[in-house]
Design a binder for this molecule. Sequence first.
Ligand code: ATP
Ligand code: MG
Ligand code: MG
Length: 554
Amino acid sequence: TEEKSLNFIEHIIENDLKSGFEKEKLRFRFPPEPNGYLHIGHATSICLNFGLGLKYNAPVNLRFDDTNPAKEEQEYVDAIKRDVEWLGFNWAKECYASDYFQELYDWAVQLIKDGKAYVDSQSSQEIADQKGTPTESGKESPYRNRSVDESLELFEKMKNGDVQEGEHVLRAKINMASTNMLMRDPVMYRVLHKNHHRTGDNWKIYPMYDWAHGESDYVEQVSHSLCTLEFLPHRELYDWFLEQIYDTSKVRPKQREFARRNLSHTVVSKRKLLKLVQEGVVNGWDDPRMPTISGMKRRGYTPASIRNFADSIGIAKRDNIVDVSHLEFCVREDLNKIAPRVMAVLDPVKLIITNYPEGKEEWLDAENNPEDEHAGSRKIPFSKELFIEREDFKEEANRKFFRLTLGKEVRLKNAYIIEGQSVVKDESGNITEIHCTYDPDSRSGSGTEASQRKVKGTLHWVSIQHAIPAEIRVYDRLFLTESPDTDKEKDFMEHINPDSLQITEGFLEPSLKNVKPEEVFQFQRIGYFAVDKESSESKLVFNKTVGLRDSWGS
Ligand code: ATP
Ligand code: MG
Ligand code: MG
């Protein structure tokens, strides 16, 4: 069997196991803040954490890091749960940092009593001004040495809502001269008179990320708390906070960092994605152009393709940008295996078979998926008047054009061999009809000599009389530049591609009449298309998922 090489996180875990950490105590978590929808970056973290859970047969919690009531909503909690499930993972427990508010408060009181925390009554500006610079130590707050009793009393008042927002904060008493700025008496609690989506008005103080995160890991007995690289300097503080409260008989969580997943031609930050939604650049968080899990789902990406993408790139120690064409490759690879093949014409021109009997219709056999022997076949109607793609015909063409021209033969997929005869044009010279003849003995699969004749090109088509119209939404990159995030001169919003959505009308074979949202098909010779959530029997709507091959830049 093929042994996949270990990533550096797995190496850390293996080393811990070698040095005596019990395998049964391994535990992981995926900790989203419910302030937006999950995106492809989160998918990486989900695949990493839940992948470790599967590999080591260890529980993985879904933890909502809901410590900032100003930005968090139940809608986001629901969407996050849907998306993680859709990706194919099961969490052991659904947890909320807000469930630990009382425990965190009690620990904070203990820290004050131990002389490790104090209430500071300065403004946030004053506190910031005293922080110092990395090369110059900070100034101690005049409240740093206020008595334990006074801090306890004020902290209680903060909790009870007896003080205004910004009047006091609780700070850890660590080291104002530390070379790590985060260790310079970080704020642990601030007063917020805001309604929380779960705890309502119970709390008037809310813990800061650094105080809440590690202690939540500890409550849940998470062994390895994996986060992105920007938290590397936070590790010292994570450890310091745990040091104050942990019990040696319990697992002491450790934080380890990996590189953020960045994808080209998009942004992966909930704050920026929210802006695209709020400013109407896209039609909601699940707009098929969004790099959100719900957007990719609506576009027709499959859970397997996203998981394969995450696995194939692996976990890095340094930030980098992965080209979106790699994600598209994974999508194509999965859809090629599972998507039923159908025929659709997106830019139609009329083709008339002059020697085909008027009024006749035939129902021909068409294979559903040559990659899947169990996919079976279906019947498609053939008649005298068809649509083919405008670009599949040229009156005159060179030898490399293997499509329809006058005086040359091509095969109509699943049907007959035809030969171009003449064209009809309108006043401005546009072709309105192509006339051709067909060879009645050449039907695909009929076994006749004529049916086995080799012709260079095969075209897709639909019978006009049977075709069903559909709205087709075709997407381009949402941003024109590879890395709209990192431009120092221009805001990312200035890199938006103004033409990222094109809506056209296409014509589909009638087997597609009853399709349901989320189903994905291969429109033969064109690409993959997913039925949109706005689609109905009276008006079919498809999203282009991805083309058949990578044509970006060509
Ligand atoms: P955003 O800036 O988009 O809000 P975040 O890191 O603040 O991202 P969280 O909800 O806190 O979002 O993230 C939950 C988990 O997902 C964290 O462990 C975080 O490190 C991880 N994560 C977020 N973005 C990425 C990314 N681009 N690549 C890999 N992991 C990510
Ligand atoms: Mg975060
Ligand atoms: Mg964030």
